[in-house]
Design a protein around this ligand. Structure first.
Ligand code: ZN
Length: 257
C-alpha cells in the first residue's frame, strides 16, 4: 500500500501507510512531547524522494529537519489518510460557556484547503529562508523565516518557557532581523511593538507560507452556535481505534453516573 504525493512546495515522493510497528512511535509520550514523533513517522513512512522540490538534500536521504512545516504536515495528513482513509472523527467541547456540550464531528481530510508555495516564497526560501515585510506602525522593514522541522522540534519547549508571553516569544523566534536594530535589542523591540504590528506580522507569516489550512467551522448540535476551531491533533488522529474506545468508555461512565 503506497502512493505518490506532491507536497505544497513541490517536494514529491512515495509514502506508505502506517504499520503496526509504528505503534511504538505513536505510544511514546516522550517523543510526542519533544516533537520527535512527527519526524519518526515521516522517516518511517516516506519511502523515497522523487523530486526534492526547493530543498537540496544532495545525495543524502531526505532531511525532515529542513523541510517546511507546511510540507511536513501535508505529508502526515496523506500518511494518515492512506492508513485509515480520509475520514477523521473527533470530539470537542462547545465553546459556548452556557452550553459546553460534547460535539462529535467528522470530516474528510482531503477536503481541507491546501495552499501551494508561491513562486515568490520559493525564491525567498531558496535565498536562505528569508522573507521581507514592512511594519505599518513601526515603519521598519523586518526579515523573518518560515518554520521548518527543526523549528517544530523546539516549539514545545518554547511554549513551556514563554508562559503568558507566547506571542512575543513566537515573534522573536521567527523574526531574523529588524531594520536598524541590533540583534541584542531585537527582543525589546518586539515587546514594544503595537499589537496591530504584531497582528500584521502574524498575517504576513501566514500569507507567504504554504500548507493545509486546519481552521474549520463547526456547528454545535445542542445550541447551534457556529465556532472556528483548529483541527485537533492528538494521538487519536493516528490511532482512531483508541478514540473509539475512549468514546465508548465515556458513554458507559455517563450512563452509570
Ligand atoms: Zn453548544
Amino acid at each position: 500500500m503506497s502512493e505518490i504525493i506532491t507536497c505544497p512546495s513541490g517536494l514529491s515522493g512515495r509514502i506508505r501507510g502506517m504499520k503496526v510497528r509504528e505503534e511504538r512511535v505513536l505510544a511514546d509520550r516522550r517523543l510526542a512531547k519533544s516533537g520527535g514523533q512527527v519526524d519518526e513517522l515521516l522517516a518511517a513512512c516516506w519511502e523515497e524522494t522523487l523530486d526534492a522540490g526547493p530543498y537540496d538534500f544532495g545525495e543524502k536521504p531526505i532531511d525532515w529537519g529542513v523541510v517546511l512545516q507546511g510540507d511536513r504536515f501535508f505529508a502526515l495528513l496523506q500518511i494518515r489518510a492512506l492508513t485509515y482513509g480520509p475520514t477523521y472523527a473527533f470530539a470537542i467541547n462547545c465553546q459556548s460557556e452556557a452550553c459546553r456540550a460534547r460535539i462529535e464531528w467528522e470530516l474528510d481530510l482531503a477536503e481541507l484547503p491546501c495552499r501551494p508555495l508561491s513562486e515568490e516564497s520559493r525564491a525567498a526560501l531558496l535565498a536562505g529562508n528569508r522573507f521581507e515585510t514592512a511594519l505599518p506602525d513601526a515603519g521598519k522593514r523586518v526579515w523573518f523565516r518560515l518554520l521548518t522541522g527543526a523549528d517544530e522540534r523546539k516549539l514545545p519547549q518554547l511554549r513551556r518557557n514563554a508562559g503568558d508571553q507566547l506571542l512575543s516569544a513566537m515573534l522573536a523566534f521567527r523574526v531574523l532581523e529588524v531594520e536598524g536594530i541590533e540583534a541584542r535589542d531585537k527582543k525589546k523591540f518586539i515587546e514594544d511593538l503595537s499589537l496591530r504590528d504584531a497582528d500584521f506580522l502574524v498575517d504576513e507569516f501566514d500569507r507567504v507560507d504554504c500548507g493545509v489550512d486546519t481552521g474549520i467551522e463547526i456547528e454545535c448540535p445542542e445550541c447551534f452556535a457556529t465556532q472556528e476551531v483548529d483541527l485537533p491533533f492528538d494521538r487519536t488522529f493516528f490511532m482512531p481505534g483508541k478514540e473509539r474506545a475512549a468514546r465508548r468508555r465515556g458513554r458507559t461512565s455517563s450512563f452509570q453516573g
